[in-house]
Design a protein. Structure first.
Length: 631
C-alpha cells in the first residue's frame, strides 16, 4: 500500500502544480476543444466567399487539414475509424482547394479525390452540414431532407406534434438557417471557387423518403399548415421574418449564433440569402467571433466549435479542491469568482418547456449567455460548493443553480442536456442525418448519473426525496443487459457507466444492489491486460461496446473512479489500474489524444486537451481520500 500511495501522492502533486501554472489571471483555464477538421474547412470556405483578408489563419488551417490526411487519401474523425470518413474527407478536399494553397493536381488532392470517388462521392455523405455547405456554395442542389420542410413550420403552434420548440436547441439553431437558405434556393460562389462536380456519382442522389414514418410527418406538417391563418404569401413572409428574428435574437456578444461555430457559419450564409451585404456589421462581427474561436497549439491552428472554457474551469477547480487544495487557495478563489461571474440570468429558450423557473444555469463556453446546460451547471456547482457554506454570495448562486437543475428533470425521471421534455420520437423520423441524436434532447445516463452524483455528494440528498428516487429508477431501468450504460456526450459505455455508478452510489443505492454489482462487474470484465481501459468511438455508431485496443487516460480514470465509488476496499484490479494511470500520465502518444467527447454519432467527436489531466487528478484524489486518507 505504501508504494502505491507514494506514487499517488507524487501524481497528485504534479497535476496540481500543472493546473496552478496554467491558470489565467481571470481565474479561468483555456484548453483546446478540438473537433476534427470540419470547422477548419468551413471557415476557409466562408472566408473565401466573403473575401476575408486573413491569410495567416487560412494558411494555418489549410496546413493543419492537410497534415491530418491519411495515407489512403481520406480524413478520419478518430484513428480507428474504418474506411475513413467520407463527409470529413469531402469537407477537407473542398476547403483545401478553395484556400488556393492546394491544387487539384497535387498528389495529396489526387489521393483524396480517388478516395471520395471510391466511397460513392459527396452524394453518399451522411452529414447534413456537408450537404448544406455544398448547396450554399453552388456545388449541389439543396437536399430534399431540408428543402421538403416548409419554412412555415416556424409558425406552428405549441400544441402541434411538430413545432419549433419540440426540436432540441442544438438542432433548432442549425435547422433555421438551413431552412432559410433552402427556401430561397440560395447559393453563392466566387470566381476562384473550385469545381467538385467530378466527385459526384449519378447513382447517388437525394430522393423524397416514402416510409410510413415520413408520410406521418408529412401529414402532420400538412395539418399544421392548414391551421395557419392568412394568405399563403402573407404566411410565408411572416415565417421568413420570424426565422430571421430567431437568428438575430440569439446572437451572442462575440457575434456568434448560440456560441457555436457551426451554426454561426450557417447563419452568415442565411443572412446572405436574406440579402445582407457581405460587409454588413453582423456578418463582420460573426467573422470576428469565428476568428476568436481559433486555438493554436504545436504551431497549428484549429477552429473550436464552442470553446470549453466554463466546462474546463469548473472541472479543474473542483478536481483541485478534491485533491486537498483548500477553498482559500488563490487558484480556487479566482476560479470560483470567475464561475460566479458567468452564471446566467436570462430566461431563454430552455424556459419554453420550463416556465416560471428562476435562471441559474451555466453554459459551456465563455460567451454563452443564452444556452445553459445541466452538465455544465452541476460542474460549476461542485466547484463553488465549499465556498457556498460560508459565503452568502456563493450560497445564493448555489441555491439558484440547484433549483434550476432540479427544475430541469424530465417527466420520465432522467435529466436532459439543454431543454426538458424534448423527446418527441416523431422528430427522429425526419430524413435529416443525425436526427435521432440531434433532433431531440432526451434523458441520458451520463447526465442523470452526473446530476445525481452532485445532488448526493454535495447536497446530501438521497432516495428519501421522490425526485431523487425517480432519477435512480430511470437509471436502473436504462441499464444495458451486460451491466453498462450508454453515455451520450462521452465515449461512451465507459463514460455512461462511470456516471451512472457514481450517481447511484452518491444517492444511497446499496453497493450490493444488482445494478451497481452488474455495472462494476462489466467494468472489470473489459479491463485491458495492461490494467487500463480504452473504448473506441465506434461504440457510438454501432451502439454497443467496442474496445479500442489501447488504454486511454480519461477512460482509465472514469472506470477507476466508478470502481472506487462502489468498492469499500481497493481491489487488485483497481491498484493495477492506478499504476497504469500513473504510467499514462507520462505518455504523449495517440491514445492520449484520442477523442473522448461525442457530438453526433459518426460525424462529430472531440479531443478535449484538458481531459488527460482533469480526470486522473479527480480519480487519484478519490483513491487517496477513500483508501489512503490525508495526513
Amino acid at each position: 500500500m505504501g508504494d502505491i500511495q507514494s506514487a499517488v501522492n507524487e501524481g497528485l502533486r504534479k497535476l496540481r502544480d500543472f493546473f496552478v501554472r496554467r491558470q489565467h489571471q481571470d481565474g479561468s483555464w483555456h484548453f483546446c476543444f478540438e473537433n476534427g477538421v470540419t470547422m477548419d474547412a468551413y471557415v476557409i470556405i466562408l472566408f473565401r466567399i466573403l473575401d476575408i483578408q486573413n491569410e495567416e489563419l487560412i494558411r494555418r488551417l489549410h496546413d493543419r487539414i492537410l497534415a491530418e490526411q491519411q495515407p489512403e487519401g481520406c480524413w478520419r474523425w478518430y484513428r480507428d475509424e474504418q474506411e475513413g470518413n467520407l463527409s470529413a474527407s469531402v469537407d477537407a478536399y473542398y476547403a483545401l482547394l478553395y484556400s488556393g494553397y492546394s491544387e487539384p493536381t497535387d498528389e495529396s488532392m489526387e489521393r483524396a479525390r480517388r478516395y471520395i470517388q471510391s466511397q460513392g462521392g459527396p452524394g453518399k455523405s451522411n452529414s447534413i452540414l456537408t450537404k448544406s455547405i455544398l448547396a450554399a456554395t453552388g456545388q449541389r442542389k439543396w437536399p430534399a431532407s431540408i428543402s421538403s420542410i416548409p419554412l412555415e413550420i416556424i409558425l406552428f403552434p405549441a400544441y402541434m406534434p411538430i413545432n419549433l420548440y419540440e426540436f432540441s436547441g442544438y438542432s433548432r439553431v442549425h435547422l433555421i438557417p438551413m431552412l432559410i437558405m433552402a427556401d430561397r434556393n440560395f447559393s453563392i460562389s466566387t470566381d476562384k471557387a473550385p469545381i467538385v462536380s467530378d466527385l459526384f456519382d449519378s447513382r447517388y442522389h437525394d430522393e423524397e423518403p416514402q416510409s410510413r414514418e415520413h408520410r406521418k410527418i408529412a401529414e402532420s406538417i400538412r395539418i399544421g399548415l392548414s391551421r395557419l391563418l392568412g394568405t399563403p404569401r402573407y404566411i410565408h413572409e411572416a415565417a421568413l421574418s420570424k426565422a430571421e428574428q430567431f437568428m438575430l435574437n440569439r446572437i451572442e456578444s462575440d457575434g456568434t449564433l448560440y456560441s457555436y461555430a457551426s451554426s454561426t457559419i450557417l447563419m452568415v450564409f442565411a443572412l446572405l440569402a436574406l440579402g445582407y451585404d457581405k460587409r454588413h456589421r453582423l456578418i463582420l462581427k460573426a467573422v470576428q467571433g469565428l476568428t476568436k474561436m481559433q486555438y493554436r497549439f504545436d504551431g497549428k491552428a484549429t477552429i473550436q466549435n464552442s470553446p470549453s472554457t466554463i466546462w474546463d474551469t469548473a472541472l479543474i477547480s473542483y478536481a483541485l479542491q478534491e485533491s486537498s487544495v483548500g477553498g482559500d487557495h488563490e487558484a480556487v478563489q479566482r476560479s470560483t469568482a470567475y464561475l460566479l461571474s458567468r452564471q446566467q440570468d436570462k430566461a431563454a429558450d430552455w424556459s419554453v418547456h420550463n416556465p416560471d423557473t428562476v435562471p441559474g444555469g451555466w453554459g459551456f463556453s465563455e460567451t454563452n449567455s443564452l444556452n445553459p446546460d445541466v452538465d455544465d451547471t452541476t460542474a460549476a456547482l461542485r466547484a463553488i460548493h465549499s465556498l457556498s457554506r460560508t459565503n452568502p454570495k456563493y450560497r445564493d448562486s448555489s441555491n439558484r443553480g440547484l433549483n434550476w437543475v432540479i427544475s430541469m428533470q424530465n417527466k420520465d425521471g432522467g435529466w436532459p442536456a439543454f431543454e426538458k421534455n424534448t423527446n418527441r420520437k416523431m422528430l427522429t423520423w425526419l430524413a435529416i442525418d443525425g436526427a435521432k441524436s440531434a433532433a431531440i434532447d432526451p434523458s441520458g445516463a451520463d447526465l442523470t448519473g452526473r446530476t445525481l452524483e452532485y445532488l448526493g455528494n454535495c447536497c446530501g440528498l438521497d432516495m428519501r426525496q421522490d425526485f431523487i428516487k425517480r432519477g435512480v429508477n430511470w437509471l436502473i431501468s436504462h441499464q444495458e443487459k451486460d451491466g453498462s450504460w450508454y453515455g451520450r456526450w462521452g465515449i461512451c459505455y465507459i463514460y455512461g457507466t462511470w456516471a451512472a455508478l457514481t450517481g447511484l452510489e452518491a444517492t444511497g443505492l446499496p453497493a450490493n444492489h444488482a445494478a451497481i454489482r452488474k455495472g462494476a462487474e462489466w467494468l472489470l470484465q473489459i479491463q485491458n491486460s495492461d490494467g487500463g481501459w480504452g473504448e473506441s468511438c465506434t461504440s457510438d455508431r454501432v451502439m454497443h461496446y467496442m474496445p479500442l485496443g489501447e488504454s486511454t487516460p480519461s477512460q482509465t480514470a472514469w472506470a477507476l473512479d466508478a470502481l472506487i465509488a462502489v468498492q469499500p476496499q481497493p481491489s487488485a484490479a483497481v491498484d493495477r489500474g492506478i499504476y497504469k494511470l500513473m504510467e499514462l500520465l507520462q505518455n504523449d502518444d495517440w491514445p492520449t489524444a484520442y477523442p473522448m467527447g461525442a457530438g453526433l454519432p459518426g460525424n462529430f467527436y472531440t479531443h478535449y486537451h484538458s481531459y488527460r489531466y482533469i480526470w486522473p487528478l479527480l480519480t487519484l484524489s478519490h483513491y487517496k481520500k477513500k483508501y489512503g486518507g490525508y495526513k
